[in-house]
Design a protein around this ligand. Sequence first.
Ligand code: GSH
Length: 226
Amino acid sequence: MLQESAMAPIILYDYDASPPCTLVRIVARLVGVELKKVKLNDVIQEVATTEMTQKNPQRTIPTLDDNGLIIAESRAIAMYLISKYAKDDSLYPSDPSKRALVDQRLFFDFDIYGAIGKIWYAVIDGKPADQTYVDKVNGGLETWNRMLEGKQWLAGDNITLADYSAALIVSTTQNVPKTEFDPYKYKNIAEWLSRVESSSQNYADEMKVFRDAVQPHLEKIQKRSK
Ligand SMILES: N[C@@H](CCC(=O)N[C@@H](CS)C(=O)NCC(=O)O)C(=O)O
């Protein structure tokens, strides 16, 4: 017990307008972990300080510090929080066959988010969106729509981390400036997004935090790059 009382709070280096940080905040709430959030103001500068670089050489947020265990990469953080703190394994199954399906979906959305990031950074730098990445994101939306054919959830019979992660990425496509991605034109995606959104107030609340923050964030960056 002595050990437990010596535990420090779990720290999340966080930014409201960041999709990967939003995933971590959602999952922490889903598993009932209270986070001490350290909110960054200027992400690019602050991830590159000596102190932050020592913690996370990738220089990205989210970065989690659980009593000296430092984890980067939102999906890895989410897997850790569920594996360590969730009361059951429904969000991230321990059965290898079930887990493999969740993992596959997570690797898929990681890849598509990479393309979204490329478009996002080009546009805020005042450059046009590269058509290759635009095609990749549209192809991703078509793939998710096929994955969901006849299914309620992306991996297995219940909602999992795969759904929360992908729903967040799919929703984010609507916030990419100067592009016109429309996930709602795909029937399976539209129905699934509303299922995910209504599955948990935690998801809906953190998505609202993200949506409220993203527009001011873009305006701030665009003003600065003029
Ligand atoms: N794959 C990473 C992506 C993390 C990422 O790119 N985070 C952005 C904020 S949304 C960041 O830290 N950017 C800092 C930079 O570009 O220097 C994850 O899922 O955690």
